[in-house]
Design a protein around this ligand. Sequence first.
Ligand code: FES
Ligand code: FES
Length: 156
Amino acid sequence: MAFTIKVNGTTHSVDVDGDTPLLWVLRDVLGMTGTKFGCGMALCGACTVHIDGAPTRSCVTSIDSVGTSEITTIEAIGTTAAGAKIQKAWLDLEVVQCGYCQSGQIMSASALLASNPRPTDADIDGAMSGNICRCGTYIRIREAIKQAAQSSRQGG
Ligand code: FES
Ligand code: FES
């Protein structure tokens, strides 16, 4: 069945079963492999994308539920104000270790910063608790979100 979806500002027509997870449409049909598969059960956060700005687990989001919503992936998050600040802070603080979880981490962190420019530690923990990192980069992730929030306040 054909579905028309909007990803990173571009409209795509894809011909897949309606229950196909958005993750596999992004990776296998559209070739956007920045979004990762970890658990397939909404437990790890590796597959996080934004749907109308909300962090969403694409592994459990069927393509027929997306409709005309705006999908943003790691490939384009740097074009958003919050995403650019998060990516800069990630690089400044060398957050990444193996990298596998990190596109999902950045998508969740960007959504947090876009909706809450002054997150408290509890806000950060709440927003990031569904993103698992086997390398244990949690401390640097928290510091990077704080730095990005600080740069937002300074207009940087
Ligand atoms: S792959 Fe989607 S939450 Fe783990
Ligand atoms: S950086 Fe390796 S799993 Fe998070």
